[in-house]
Design a protein around this ligand. Structure first.
Ligand code: NI
Length: 138
């Protein structure tokens, strides 16, 4: 049976600030520029979660997309949508909320809950032009 990749796309809006508290204010401004703005800034994030598998002969599905949506909603969107990623999100405490760090944290949030198909990729679009992808590799 051929392998198929199935992707669920979702959106959330959130505020954040890139700031490393271990470094000086000057270092932070030089490194992060406008993204270090003390009173936060926002993004309209898009996330794409891709699962790999072979279609179940009884359903034709690799994964029930409704079930995948509920996992993304429960473990990512409910916690992050309309929130401040630096302050409000339990699983992001102590993490600089760059897209790179976010996509790894999102993987760790949902991977234990995906039992149909195999999680193979999460892409996070911070803007239409800036996209990061994590495939679960160390
Ligand atoms: Ni930003």
């Amino acid at each position: 049976m051929p392998t198929v990749y199935v992707t669920r796309r979702a959106h959330f809006n959130a505020a954040h600030r890139l700031h490393n508290p271990a470094k000086s204010d000057e270092w932070n401004v030089l490194t992060f520029g406008k993204c270090n703005s003390p009173n936060w800034h926002g993004h309209n994030y898009q996330i794409e979660v891709t699962v790999e598998g072979k279609p179940n002969p009884e359903t034709g599905y690799v994964v029930d997309l409704g079930a995948l949506h509920r996992i993304i909603d429960t473990y990512i969107l409910e916690k992050c949508d309309h929130k401040n990623l630096n302050l409000d999100v339990d699983f992001l405490q102590g993490i600089i909320p760059s897209s790179e760090n976010l996509v790894i944290a999102f993987w760790n949030q949902i991977a234990p809950h995906i039992h149909e198909g195999k999680l193979v990729s999460i892409k996070l679009f911070e803007t239409a032009r800036n996209v990061v992808e994590y495939r679960g590799n160390e």
